[in-house]
Ligand binder design. Structure first.
Ligand code: AMP
Ligand code: GLY
Length: 421
């Protein structure tokens, strides 16, 4: 088969790496890709937000199957355009992508099926939002309703911070994404990510992971897209995962089908766990980045069979045989990230690292120039390893990090601390 992956991050490199191992794959194209992806697949320039352009590209390149990596093209309906043109697609419809693109929509779905989540209010004007904050009091969480590239959530520890956040959102700090605001109860507990596939009807769990959102060690400093991850997440025990499926995920998927917008794709449930009870923080309609990198390391080639079954509606016939070991990924980012950073510095030492089923450097923001690999983004590399234990995976990943010569980059040295402590 000829397969197209849309995206350019570490997530898409790990998807490409897994797909390439599947014997069904004859040709793989990734648009737009990055330097690491270019070493294993063909990269193509393409505006992945332009559904008509993606359809034309698929027709011209005899593509059989399209995997959509990021949320923006899903929310823009690129998957719908492809399906209308007859292509098989991994990724939900525009209507179903509202589970990530609108926080108010997700809350309403949770209400309709009694899924445990934070109490909330939904507002379209600052006056009533401010009144709600004053009534509930801090700590409280203020969220822009729409997609805000991971920046639209403010956890306010005081009433003054909460009121300022409300004003900022209605003043347009997040553009259209903040025209509507959801205000939530602050939930305490430990966070974990649960990944399932859904083909519209059947739900199949494919793994758990924990991200490290803060830039600094011990989870300090500003939020980022994610500085490292590991899988499995010990806090999501089998028992809690079963509760999350029974109380949250399956009811929500059934509610989506009932509304005529069946969900087909990977569903990433962010859960808050306290005293054995999981509650939903949010849904994402795509793989997490860097969580995908550790999931792909454990799933390998079968990942593509599972994606195909998701698109075909045949997940009920599938089983997941993931490796019973641990995977851990360390994100290397450009100095300054998540604030201002420079592009163009050279990364050396990559060629001497092992690359096999237990050790991989997945590229994110990189570009190749005259045989050199240059940094070309904030998050730049995902140094990923497997081990019989999490400690072993961590030790292997940092051994690779130490082989990389890139003074203009940094990483957290404590990825995995929560599970290892
Ligand atoms: P989101 O963009 O929805 O993933 O939110 C970003 C992060 O904010 C989450 O990963 C949580 O760490 C935190 N968060 C979001 N909602 C809540 C909540 N209701 N209570 C506590 N923390 C939250
Ligand atoms: N790593 C968090 C995310 O992908 O949303």
């Amino acid at each position: 088969m000829n397969i197209l992956i849309l995206g350019s991050g570490g997530r898409e490199h790990s998807l490409a790496w897994a797909v390439m191992q599947n014997p069904k794959c004859d040709k793989l194209i990734v648009a737009p890709g990055n330097a690491g992806i270019a070493a294993i697949a063909q990269c193509a320039k393409l505006d992945i937000m332009d559904g008509a352009a993606v359809v034309t590209f698929c027709e011209g390149n005899n593509i059989d199957f399209v995997i959509i990596g990021p949320e923006a093209p899903l929310a823009a309906g690129v998957g719908d355009d492809l399906r209308a043109a007859g292509f098989d697609v991994f990724g939900p419809s525009k209507a179903a992508a509202a589970l990530e693109a609108s926080k108010a929509f997700t809350k309403e779905i949770c209400d309709a099926c009694d899924a445990p989540t934070a109490a909330y209010g939904h507002f379209t004007d600052a006056v009533s939002a401010r009144a709600y904050v004053e009534k509930q009091g801090a700590p409280i969480v203020i969220k822009a309703d729409g997609l805000a590239a991971g920046k639209g959530v403010i956890i306010a520890m005081t009433d003054a911070e909460a009121l300022a956040a409300v004003d900022e959102m209605f003043d347009g700090a997040f553009g259209d994404a903040g025209a509507e605001v959801v205000i939530e109860e602050f939930m305490e507990g430990e966070e974990a990510s649960f990944f399932v596939l859904c083909d519209g009807e059947t739900v199949l769990p494919i793994g758990t992971a924990q991200d490290h959102k803060r830039v600094g060690e011990g989870d300090s400093g500003p939020n980022t897209g994610g500085m490292g991850a590991y899988s499995p997440a010990p806090v999501l025990s089998d028992e809690i995962a079963e509760r999350a499926l029974d109380e949250i995920i399956r009811p929500c998927m059934a509610e989506m089908a009932k509304r005529g917008m069946p969900y087909q794709g990977v569903l990433y449930a962010g859960l808050m766990i306290k005293d054995g009870q999981p509650r939903l923080v949010e849904y994402n309609v795509r793989f997490g980045d860097p969580e995908c990198q550790v999931l792909m390391m454990r799933l390998g080639a079968q990942a593509f069979d599972l994606m195909q079954a998701t698109a075909k509606g045949s997940l009920a016939e599938m089983q997941v045989n993931w490796a019973e070991d641990h995977a851990l990924t360390v994100v290397m980012a450009a100095n300054g990230y998540p604030g201002a950073y420079e592009k163009g510095s050279e990364i050396k030492g990559l060629k001497d690292l092992p690359e096999d089923s237990a050790n991989m450097v997945f590229h994110a923001g990189t570009v190749a120039q005259d045989g050199a690999i240059l940094a070309n983004g904030g998050r730049v590399l995902n140094v990923t390893a497997r081990g019989a234990t999490l400690a072993e995976a961590q030790q292997r990943a940092y051994a690779m990090v130490d082989g990389i010569d890139w003074p203009e980059g940094f990483c957290r040295r404590d990825i995995g601390w929560r599970a290892l402590s």
